[in-house]
Design a protein around this ligand. Structure first.
Ligand code: SF4
Length: 376
């Protein structure tokens, strides 16, 4: 399959892994953060850690949109969903994310009208099909998904569909990276830049990371060779004491971003003064809200939102895992109270969550190896 098979070619992977081993200084520890949850998933799925030198650590970043959403926002959305005249519509990824009194799916099993949609425009279709109900689309995601929410709001306004609104939880990636770099307990040498978000924002917004923070960045694709090549790129820079932004994912990411998508976002959204992130706390200008021109389609203005603030269960260490301070397996609940079947935190739910990725691939591999060695 073009653009997939050639990026999984075993001989090339071995060659690039050798190049990585040649580039690392055995006397030094390397901490490279992959910002995007899609990269975390690929790293575990393809066992890439196994081909990296032991002194090169990959740190999982905050790029999983479901994982960074604080529980209070889920509770707020589900509180509005108690209205029998309201349909709560969200993408499938949201359905099993725990709120204080259960996930959207658990609310559905108790009779709340919760629907899975595949896109915001599907939620708008639902509104057209149910004129006697109000459809609230619970929007999450980074700049990758915000443009489609923006276009749906434009369409709702153009068609004057009044029984539709968006509960907006869209966040932006740059302030989160800034918060991580400002965090006193973090030391990151370089970044594997997010591939999906960059298809919209391009590479320019990362330039301050090289200029001010002197950290190399390689915006990366999601196949094994993409990620390994990106590691080579940042290692070469570290070896040469350079810091610049490189675009490994040129086949998809335009340096200047997607102008049409950026324009749609700018027409519909503006920055919130601050927004709470799970694990990272309040970050200024890190999330989007709906502009006044679209106030009639903004759930937060159409309804009385409780504004719930809850802290995660005490033993759950989602925040530390999200910041890359702990690895998933270092959380006391990992694989015991918290599993994909019974998740305590969102990182165990989303396919992009590092705990779920670690559980599905590394944890099972370790369990398999233990059972093989105990039968030998
Ligand atoms: S194992 Fe569960 S509780 Fe612990 S960090 Fe991961 S998602 Fe959170």
């Amino acid at each position: 399959m073009k653009f997939v098979d050639e990026f999984r070619e075993p001989e090339l992977i071995i060659k690039v892994a050798e190049e990585i081993r040649r580039l690392v200084d055995p006397e030094r520890q390397y901490r490279i953060m992959e910002v995007c949850g899609g990269h975390t998933h690929a790293i575990y799925r393809f066992g890439l850690k196994d081909v990296l030198p032991l002194n090169l650590e990959l740190i999982h970043g905050p790029g999983c949109p479901v994982c960074v959403l604080p529980m209070g926002r889920i509770d707020d959305g589900l509180a509005l969903a108690q209205d029998p005249n309201l349909i709560f519509a969200a993408l499938g990824d949201m359905m099993r994310v725990p709120g204080t009194n259960g996930s959207p799916l658990e609310h559905k099993s108790c009779g709340v009208d919760v629907r899975i949609v595949y896109s915001p425009s599907d939620a708008l279709k639902l509104a057209r099909a149910n004129p006697d109900k109000h459809v609230m689309f619970f929007a999450i995601g980074f700049e990758t998904t915000a443009p489609s929410t923006a276009l749906t709001l434009m369409r709702a306004k153009a068609e004057d569909i009044r029984n539709f609104s968006v509960f907006c939880n869209h966040v932006t990636i740059i302030p989160a990276i800034r918060a991580i770099l400002d965090s006193p307990d973090m030391r990151i040498d370089a970044f594997i830049g997010p591939g999906h978000v960059s298809t919209v924002i391009g590479c320019r917004p990362y330039e301050w990371i090289a200029r001010n923070e002197k950290r190399p960045v390689a915006v990366s694709g999601f196949e094994p060779l993409d990620i390994l090549q990106s590691i080579v790129m940042v290692l070469r820079q570290l070896k040469a004491a350079e810091a610049k932004i490189e675009n490994q994912y040129k086949r998809v990411v335009p340096w200047e971003g997607n102008h049409a998508a950026l324009r749609a976002m700018a027409d519909v959204f503006e920055l919130r003064p601050y927004f709470e992130w799970r694990g990272l706390g309040f970050i200024s200008q890190s999330a989007l809200r709906i502009k006044d021109e679209y106030a009639d389609w903004d759930s937060e203005r159409r309804f009385q939102v409780p504004g719930v603030r809850v802290t995660d269960p005490k033993a759950a260490q989602c925040g530390e895992v999200l910041k890359g301070v702990l690895s998933p397996v270092q959380c006391k609940l990992f694989g015991k109270e918290c599993t994909p079947e019974h998740p305590v935190g969102a990182l165990m739910v989303s396919s992009e969550g590092s705990c779920a990725a670690y559980f599905h691939y590394e944890h099972r591999k370790a369990a398999m190896l233990t059972s093989i060695s105990s039968t030998e």
